[in-house]
Design a protein around this ligand. Sequence first.
Ligand SMILES: [Fe+2]
Length: 231
Amino acid sequence: MANSRRLFLRAASSSGLLGLVSARTGWGHDRVSTPSQTKGPFYPIPEIEKQSHFDFDLTRKDDKSPIADGEVIAIGGKVVSHSERPLSKTIVEVWQACKTGRYNHPQDSNDRPMDPNFQYWGRLITGDDGAFRFKTIIPGKYPGRTPHIHFRIVSPDRPELITQLYFGQYEEWNRKDGIYMSLNVAQRDAVTTHLEKRPIDPTKKEGEQLLTGDFTIVLGPLSDTKSTQPM
Ligand SMILES: [Fe+2]
């Protein structure tokens, strides 16, 4: 297990898994800004501020603790500008429900059990290549929502972006989710990842595999941000 964790960490800054989403504008090569989505009520303040390490393996609380329930996945990508310039020194925060669809938040009144082994949020800072990668589980579905992962992106001299990432395999549920469907087709494409099995170490064609999805986050000017309905 320690070996696979090392492999995973080594893969974190690799660009080999960074497929680029197809959402583009019709003008030149500028990319569509990743759409803003509601922060929702379960952002883990103040808990995330107590986190003393930038741990992006949500599947367990530390190297010695049990692994959380659920299908383990990796999400990797880049934070870029409209012109695809990698944005370094950018904070990438994620938070999500565990397999049962429960958040680790006092306002979550859902009576489904919490997973004591799941690390419900993570935070990292991008390097020069703008890349990020974290390991987690497919979040559970909860009433009114399709499975999704919340993101908060803070980049120097850019507006903060709050968004959500969805899974293409849940197309039927996605189409019943009002927050997802509030986006236009290109925006939905930009926040929908398609998981596929890939080597944990992207520099090798063989070896241990992990369901992996790409997410390119495009930060645009302030005028591109918009609010959606609260939920
Ligand atoms: Fe949520």
